[in-house]
Write a protein that binds this ligand. Structure first.
Ligand code: GLY
Ligand code: MN
Ligand code: MN
Length: 469
């Protein structure tokens, strides 16, 4: 049996908010939102099923082969798998249309086998059809075929929708602000992930102290243990467990490399809990004790993160934490000699010429929510028309800038500065192959932000104390 759907009222309220946006200028509109397909991993074996985030946001329903159709009057129709004893023996319990109305609070529920006959009826006499663009392979073709059926009835007086719109637009704006329920789930997901990082750190030091071999996959196993032990359904993304120089590969996966005494380990891992992601990175000494150069570089990344955290509050721009990070990193790279003052000048020069990019080549933040890189525009919608030009100092390319998004209470973003030092003749050798990132998840509040991932420490002394324990 699947668990009963909790918080039916929350999903109903979201559907009502979306429905209110479907009719433009009083015209009728209808939205079609499928869940995700099942995907084969190899013969007879599927990838673990993960629902579509938009569909889940509006229904709380996690079965595959389901569709939501919602019209501007607020009427919702769910299409779901019919009850089928034989299939349920093989694949598991199905809610079925009869139980779905009460369980999900939708207006009506039908078998997904009836989709092609029912959709033209639901589209008839609507002005606009909304569906997610470019996210579900083949969806446009199916919508076209339903619309063609409606067109075939025009001579009998039916009206065919004249407009097609991307339903992700209004849904992205809704998902960008996390309500109290979402924030609570994200706090719980973060607490589990933080505990998993603690466990991996402690395992690394304990095994090395005991003279045991440690490989990246041993630490990955500790993360997974903790995620599943606390009810997380999956990792929210493929975990990065990168020992030594592997930390300089931004999209490295947990592999089989040995974790060596004296090296750093970078772990970027977070669990998904009840549909919501967490996303934490910690970098720690494999044996529990930072060397002096490791600590210097670590403290620089941490100082840049502290500056970014201080810049994260309602009313600030999305780009502000990134700019705060870069200001600190630029000065620190000069002070530690990774960039030479004689060649690169001042921190301002380093920023203007983007010289820091050799060591810090990604952005500081992304939205976080149901998807680890969550939906939502990074441009402020109320200032869309305000354009400015700049030339990229490295590529010379012209870039049109639009104003960065204003942060609002309830938005959730990561704050994840890093430095990645590859061997190079003009870089002090003590820093070669060090890759450091520190990533926390922040809920924007009126006065600042709430860091929901700090149950795993970030200060070097606290990490060392934890790893001694
Ligand atoms: N773990 C993915 C990211 O940090 O963006
Ligand atoms: Mn991230
Ligand atoms: Mn991450």
């Amino acid at each position: 049996m699947t668990a009963p759907i909790a918080h039916v009222d929350i999903y109903a309220a979201r559907r009502a908010r979306l429905a209110a946006q479907l009719g433009e200028k009083g015209e009728a509109g209808v939205a079609i939102i499928p869940t995700a397909p099942e995907r084969a991993r190899n013969r007879d074996s599927d990838f673990a099923y993960r629902h579509d985030s938009y569909f889940y946001y509006l229904t709380g329903f996690t079965e595959p082969n389901a569709w939501l159709v919602l019209d501007a009057s607020g009427r919702s129709t769910l299409f779901c798998q019919p009850k089928d004893l034989e299939r349920e023996i093989w694949d598991g319990y199905r809610l079925g249309p009869d139980a779905a109305v009460a369980a999900l609070g939708v207006s009506a529920a039908l078998s997904v086998a009836d989709l092609d006959t029912q959709l033209p009826k639901l589209l008839e006499n609507q002005h606009t059809v909304w569906y997610p663009f470019a996210t579900h392979k083949g969806l446009e073709t199916r919508v076209d075929s339903w619309l063609n059926t409606v067109r075939g009835r025009v001579r009998f007086g039916a009206q065919c929708p004249a407009q097609q719109r991307d339903v992700c637009g209004p849904l992205d704006e809704m998902r960008l602000i996390k309500d109290a329920h979402e924030q609570e789930v994200m706090r719980r997901a973060s607490a589990i992930s933080a505990q998993a990082h603690v466990r991996a750190m402690q395992t690394s030091a304990r095994r090395l102290r005991a003279g045991q071999e440690v490989r990246e996959y041993h630490l990955d196993a500790e993360l997974l243990h903790e995620f599943r032990q606390h009810g997380s359904q999956f990792p929210a993304y493929t975990s990065i467990v990168a020992a030594g120089a592997n930390a300089c590969v931004l999209h490295y996966r947990a592999d089989a490399a040995p974790v060596r005494d004296g090296e750093l380990v970078l772990i970027d891992a977070g669990c998904e809990l009840d549909g919501y992601a967490s996303d934490i990175t910690r970098t720690f000494p494999a044996n529990g004790k930072f060397t002096a150069p490791q600590r210097d570089l670590y403290n620089l990344v941490l100082a840049s993160q502290e500056a970014a955290v201080a810049a994260t509050k309602a009313g600030a721009r999305f780009v502000d934490p990134h700019e705060a990070t870069v200001n600190v990193l630029a000065q620190g790279l000069l002070d530690l000699g990774l960039l030479s003052k004689s060649k690169h000048g001042t921190a301002q020069d380093v920023i203007e010429k983007r010289a820091y990019f050799a060591f810090y080549m990604h952005r500081t933040s992304h939205w976080l929510g149901m998807d680890v890189h969550d939906c939502g525009s990074y441009v402020e919608p109320s200032e869309l028309g305000q354009l400015s030009d700049r030339k990229d100092p490295l590529s010379g390319e012209s870039i049109v800038n639009r104003p960065s998004r204003l942060l609002r209470e309830g938005m959730v973003l990561t704050i994840e500065p890093g430095l990645y030092v590859r061997p190079a003749a003009d870089v002090p050798e003590v820093f070669w192959n060090l890759g450091i990132r520190i990533e926390d998840d922040a809920i924007v509040t009126s006065q600042g932000c709430e860091l929901i991932t700090r149950a795993v420490p970030v200060h070097a002394d606290e990490i060392e104390a934890l790893m001694r324990a």
